[in-house]
Design a protein around this ligand. Structure first.
Ligand code: SF4
Length: 339
């Protein structure tokens, strides 16, 4: 468990990324909006790992990319505090953002397509240092060699090309490239999803070791709750572009409050063949361009009652400290008979 610092490393507040939908005609009028990430709020402490989970299309990757300004947020704040100085990543001018990019990095999902097949491992890992003019010549080679060792590869691997490595080794190369600038904050976007289960465990252990060594804070994006359980201090569950529950990992697994969290947990495969799986999550994930009225989860929710179809549940903090967006846990009284 990470101790609460006085100032979080990252404070995300009301962050939105909306994509306009235009008509096909000559005038291309705006006819709607896709709320890919909507009113996202959370804190991230130095050295902490926050998991961001949900089905495909829930807005996890959009949130991570909007924080890093890989895409422009529509509105909201992403306050990043480093060396006693706080800046808003969401609105910082490009020339002031560029030097900060060394302290915020991203590890991508697919180790096969995220590495340039025409570059050697040495060039791939050393590229950020070259771009930011932080090292050259022998110093560059030495720093790349040291980073490769840190991620469990060999300095002799520098002249080889990515195709000569396995999936797990390629992900190690991607991690080395992300960490060579000694970032404070890393977005790991489905970083282990494309790997075999045994390799997943190795890469997760590596990420944890590097976190302890380098004091990194991770935003760990994944669709699989069983993966985030082992690495995250807290977990935020997203549905249709919004966070619907945020709680410490142990609390979320022991007593999930939101029906969507409960359904996701019920869908996690159990290795015991005698345990009957309960796939309670039916239907398609809501379309963020055409959300149902009220709670976006209501067409799939077994506990839906009248107010759910009319009122969007606000994200509220409960007595135990977690935050949940569900009328079952807010001020609205649940009727005796559900729908
Ligand atoms: Fe289900 Fe209603 Fe809660 Fe939405 S607000 S998750 S529909 S109980």
């Amino acid at each position: 468990m990470v101790a609460q610092a006085t100032e979080p490393l990252l404070r995300v507040w009301g962050l939105c990324k909306h994509f306009p939908i235009h008509s096909n005609g000559f005038f291309k009028k705006q006819i709607g909006v896709v709320k890919a990430a909507d009113d996202i709020c959370f804190d991230l402490q130095p050295g902490e790992t926050l998991g961001l989970v949900g089905e495909s299309g829930s807005g996890k990757t959009t949130t991570g990319r909007a924080i890093l300004r890989a895409i422009e947020p529509t509105r909201g704040e992403a306050l990043f505090t480093l060396d006693g100085k706080t800046v808003d990543l969401a609105t910082l001018p490009a020339d002031e953002l560029r030097p900060l990019r060394t302290r915020m990095q991203m590890i991508f999902q697919d180790p096969f397509s995220s590495l340039n097949p025409r570059m050697t491992v040495g060039d791939i890992v050393g590229e950020p240092l070259v771009i930011h003019r932080l090292a050259k010549g022998q110093e560059l080679k030495d720093r790349v060699a040291a980073m490769l060792k840190k991620v469990g590869l060999k300095p002799e691997h520098q002249p080889r090309y990515p195709h000569a490595f396995s999936g797990g080794q390629r992900q190690r190369i991607g991690i080395a490239r992300a960490l060579i600038m000694h970032p404070a904050f890393v977005v790991a976007d489905e970083a282990v999803s494309a790997l075999d289960v045994s390799v997943q465990a190795q890469v997760i252990n590596l990420l944890q070791d590097l976190q302890g060594e380098m004091g990194l804070a991770y935003l760990f994006i994944a669709h699989d709750l069983s993966v985030v359980k082992h690495i995250c201090d807290r977990i935020a569950v997203m549905y249709a572009g919004k966070i619907v529950e945020l709680a410490p990992t142990a609390q979320l697994f022991a007593e999930p409050k939101h029906p969507y969290t409960r359904a996701l947990l019920a869908s996690v495969p159990n290795p015991d063949p005698d345990v009957r799986m309960n796939y309670s999550l039916q239907g398609e994930v809501a379309d963020p361009g055409n959300l149902p009225p009220g709670c976006a989860f209501h067409p799939r929710c077994a506990e839906c009652f009248a107010p759910c179809k009319e009122k969007v549940p606000p994200l509220e903090t409960l007595a135990d400290g977690r935050t949940v967006a569900c009328h079952l846990h807010g001020g609205t009284q649940r009727p005796v008979t559900p729908r």
